[in-house]
Design a protein around this ligand. Structure first.
Ligand code: CMC
Length: 422
């Protein structure tokens, strides 16, 4: 069977044959047929916008790999910083490389005092931490002369280190500000995840981070580090393609992540579970979803048509966390919902399974995070993925400024009508 596809333009009879490689054929085939002919593909349902060697995702079989390594193995054996290195370099680090990388990230965790004293203080006391996070990431770029030198590899590396190192600091700062609590400076003797938890929760000198919770946080960071061309990563690439600095591009990616259909879903899951209130209400809730009165948040995925492998790991991690924190009372409702949904033809027929957000919110809530922080917790680790894609984009000679075409559907030419005649 030839690995080619032949397209015929029936208007002209012109035919073009192009190769199919890895299940993809080039859209240049359409251009060859007729340069004024375009493909209509809202939401990029059938369009690959780039070649990428970072993350492999097989949604039908529930497979997720970073640079070839199964997510299950990375969650069990690796650390978030090692995974961040892997995403950015394509290989796991040697011991020396990991030492240098960890040292360099750890020594960029502090942020300029003006960020805290002037910038953050300007927000209203009840500002959503995600709004603050997005703004702070964009603002951070204004502190570094080299941020715009995106062609300089050394400068690029510095901004990558800074963004990975400082996003936990910004995240903890946005929480402490929303609570009216004094800001905790980073403690560079702690691991990446433990330092974040310390900045979040430390009140008195006696506070120490629970190692089980730090490990769980690190696993959650690994699971959220990348997920190929999702809405946020695509935003990173689109903004990065105009050669904007990486802080502005990461802020755009974070803004995309903020939406309830994307990274905001775990917040929506906890709100949904709280509204359901008890296991007895689960069947009625499922019926209301089937009647189109709302969605079962934390279920369904554009790419996964099977159980999201991240959800499986998160569900296991939840039990470790609950050993320390006590069980989240919403867990029983979640388990009941999952059981009913997975045996209901509405969800089976549409291949709707739990996604990464279904159980993560329960862990975050048990650890004490307010729901407003959930998307921020997603954004911290995803920063590594965004930057890996940004770097890959800049190194890819096939990439140019993102500029899709449109199918114009408005009125034809007409004459301007004076205001008094309308
Ligand atoms: N509950 C009920 N029905 C659903 C759901 C859901 N969660 N998700 C999809 N459907 C139905 C939808 O109504 C449609 O039915 P029909 O064919 O009868 O019109 C069908 O399934 C296909 O849905 P779709 O909206 O065309 O699918 P999509 O690929 O555009 O949307 C999604 C993917 C994730 C936005 C969607 O499944 C959803 O809204 N899920 C709930 C929100 C959520 O959990 N988001 C987190 C995604 S994972 C984390 C991330 O990547 O950010």
């Amino acid at each position: 069977m030839p690995d080619t596809i032949t397209i015929t333009d029936d208007r002209t009879g012109k035919t073009v044959t192009v190769p199919i490689e890895g299940g993809v054929f080039p859209a240049s085939a359409v251009r060859e047929l007729d340069p004024s002919l375009f493909v209509y593909d809202p939401a990029y349902m059938q369009t690959a916008s780039c070649k990428s060697a970072i993350t492999y995702l097989d949604g039908g079989n529930g497979i997720l790999r970073y640079s070839g390594y199964p997510i299950e193995q990375l969650a069990e054996h690796s650390t978030y910083l090692e995974v961040a290195y892997l995403l950015l370099h394509g290989e796991l680090p040697t011991a020396d490389q990991l030492d240098t990388w960890t040292h360099d990230v750890t020594h960029h965790t502090f942020i300029h005092e003006n960020m805290r004293k002037r910038f953050v203080d300007g927000f209203h006391y009840d500002a959503h931490p995600m709004g603050l996070f997005i703004s702070a990431v964009a603002a951070l770029g204004t502190f570094y002369d080299g941020a715009k030198d995106i062609d300089d590899e050394h400068q690029r590396h510095r901004q990558i280190l800074r963004l990975i190192a400082k996003t936990p600091t910004i995240a903890a700062m946005s929480y402490r500000f929303s609570q009216g609590l004094p800001f905790n400076y980073p403690d560079n003797d702690l691991t990446y995840a433990a330092n974040f938890l310390n900045m979040m929760w430390k009140i008195g000198p006696d506070y120490t981070v629970d190692p089980v919770l730090a490990k769980a946080m690190d696993i959650l960071f690994i699971l959220h580090a990348d997920h190929e061309q999702n809405c946020g990563t695509t935003a990173m690439r689109v903004v990065g393609s105009s050669h904007a600095d990486p802080y502005s591009a990461a802020a755009a990616a974070a803004a995309a992540l903020y939406g309830p259909l994307h990274g905001g879903a775990n917040e929506a899951v906890v709100r949904m579970l709280s509204e359901i209130g008890s296991i007895e209400n689960v069947p009625a809730f499922i019926e209301s979803v089937k009647a189109g009165e709302g969605r079962l948040m934390g279920f369904g995925h554009r790419v996964y048509k099977n159980y999201d492998p991240r959800a499986t790991i998160i569900k296991q991690t939840a039990y470790d966390v609950f050993e320390v924190t006590g069980k989240n009372p919403l867990l029983d409702i979640a388990l009941a919902l999952e059981e009913v949904a997975l045996s209901d033809s509405y969800f089976i027929d549409r291949k709707l399974y739990p996604n990464v957000d279904f159980y993560s919110g329960l862990i975050y809530q048990a650890m004490g995070f307010p729901v407003e922080m959930f998307t921020v917790l997603f954004a911290i680790p995803r920063t590594a993925g965004w930057l890996a894609h940004w770097q890959e984009l800049l190194n890819d000679p096939a990439q140019r400024i993102s500029r899709p075409r449109q199918w114009y559907d408005g009125p034809g030419e007409r004459d301007y009508v004076a205001l008094e005649q309308r």
